[in-house]
Design a binder for this molecule. Structure first.
Ligand SMILES: NC(=O)c1ccc[n+]([C@@H]2O[C@H](COP(=O)([O-])OP(=O)(O)OC[C@H]3O[C@@H](n4cnc5c(N)ncnc54)[C@H](O)[C@@H]3O)[C@@H](O)[C@H]2O)c1
Length: 382
């Protein structure tokens, strides 16, 4: 009997290439940017639109498809973290079953915030084992972060993004004209991720936020300085994401602010927005770094001053050492056994820590209250 063992090796590579395209007024009647993707003549598109976006921009979106002779099934989906669920995912799958589209040349189009683009990307990743999709972010969070990469997912079992996949889009279209209808709190929510990137990776971006951030927020980034801030944030984010799309490297600078926030967000889904949770995590991290002598106090001060200057209101009552500690423990599993917590060593630079202790969190919580109080006080006196 021949007992020799055999081994067959399968090797394949899946090339990933997609463009992130600035496309002002994407749904203006004569704008043809979207026509470059998928079958045109007789084509059909499954389009998922965030409910609030539909309210403000739905008629223009519908007119655009009609004008270009594309049969579109426009499905309206409620935004907000509480809708990033398996139920909504299943509803979308059923809707797709009722509107058959070609598997290769009729991309699904997702028009909405980070919740919608994450869920629709997950639908695209799993329906018939994969359909092409296009993302059109309509929130600042989507514009500078959520829609740029390839992560798709839904929340499950009280855990954020517990079910998900990596699914590259065919293209991402960035249209700032969606931003003015966004509630102010959501604009600031996206700004928190820009602050994150600036502290962890880009000192120049931090300076630009100090100089022009407040004015840009007031203009919904529809000013030259705001445009420059967004371009730099997008470029910086893609520079971090592109070489590590599948997160083979688990120590990621863009995870700054995404360690303790995870638990806060899951517990306070109705109270905290993603960016707000990230900013709370950032401030806690900064206090830990400052106390360790890793980050100079003048740099820590600049971060607190920037948050004040940009008018970002934070709900400090949710900050709880026990909850943040459990969040860190969960992240250790996620990061394959190590904390890998990004920690700034200067503005625009960071290292990774693996030895944060529960005591440091216990200390950081009252320190955060005290520091924020001091800033409010000095602001009031000015
Ligand atoms: N995939 C990623 O890499 C990635 C990165 C960062 C964040 N995210 C995810 O993004 C989500 C947060 O995204 P978000 O902050 O965009 O939240 P969101 O999608 O819930 O949108 C926020 C709110 O704004 C409304 N809205 C959206 N666009 C609007 C517009 N133009 N005008 C008026 N209202 C509008 C929505 O209906 C919703 O109420 C989180 O689930 C987070 O996990 C994913």
């Amino acid at each position: 009997m021949n007992t020799a063992t055999h081994r067959w090796q399968v090797r394949a590579e899946r090339p990933i290439e997609y463009d992130v395209i600035k496309a002002p007024t994407l749904f203006a009647p004569d704008n043809e940017a979207l026509l470059g993707f998928g079958r045109r003549a007789g084509g059909r598109r499954f389009v998922v639109v965030d409910g609030n976006v539909a309210r403000h921009h739905g008629a223009a979106i519908r007119r655009w498809f009609d004008r270009h002779g594309i049969e579109a099934r426009i499905v309206v989906f409620p935004g907000g973290e509480e809708h990033k669920t398996i139920d909504i995912y299943q509803d979308l799958i059923r809707e797709l079953d009722g509107f058959p589209i070609h598997r290769r040349d009729e991309p699904i189009i997702a028009i909405g915030g980070g919740v919608l683009t994450d869920v629709v990307a997950f639908v695209a990743a799993t329906y018939r084992r994969g359909l092409p999709h296009i993302k059109v972010p309509t929130t600042l969070m989507g514009y500078i972060d959520a829609a740029l990469g390839i992560k798709a997912g839904i929340n499950f079992n009280n855990n954020k993004n517990r079910l998900g996949s990596f699914e590259p889009p065919q293209a991402v279209f960035l249209d700032k004209s969606f931003l003015p209808s966004l509630p102010h709190r959501h604009l600031l929510n996206g700004l928190c991720e820009i602050i994150k990137l600036a502290i962890a990776c880009d000192a120049t971006l931090f300076q630009w936020l100090e100089a022009d951030g407040a004015e840009s927020v007031a203009a919904y980034f529809n000013n030259a300085a705001g445009d420059a801030i967004l371009d730099r944030a997008i470029g910086g984010m893609l520079e971090q994401l592109a070489p590590n799309l599948f997160e083979l490297e688990l120590s990621r600078k863009v995870d700054f602010g995404h360690t303790f926030s995870y638990g806060l967000e899951a517990r306070y889904e109705h109270r905290l927005l993603h960016g707000e949770a990230v900013l709370l995590d950032i401030l806690v991290s900064i206090l830990i770094g400052e106390r360790r002598g890793l980050l100079a106090s003048r740099d820590a001060e600049r971060v607190f001053a920037l948050v004040q200057r940009l008018g970002i209101e934070l709900d400090l009552d949710v900050v709880d050492a026990e909850l943040m500690w459990h969040s860190l423990l969960d992240r250790i599993e996620h990061r394959n056994g190590l904390q890998r917590v990004p920690m700034p060593t200067a503005l625009g630079q960071c290292t990774f820590l693996n030895d944060i202790t529960r005591r440091e969190l216990d200390h950081a919580v009252p320190a955060l209250h005290a520091r924020m109080r001091a800033h409010h006080e000095s602001n009031r006196q000015r």
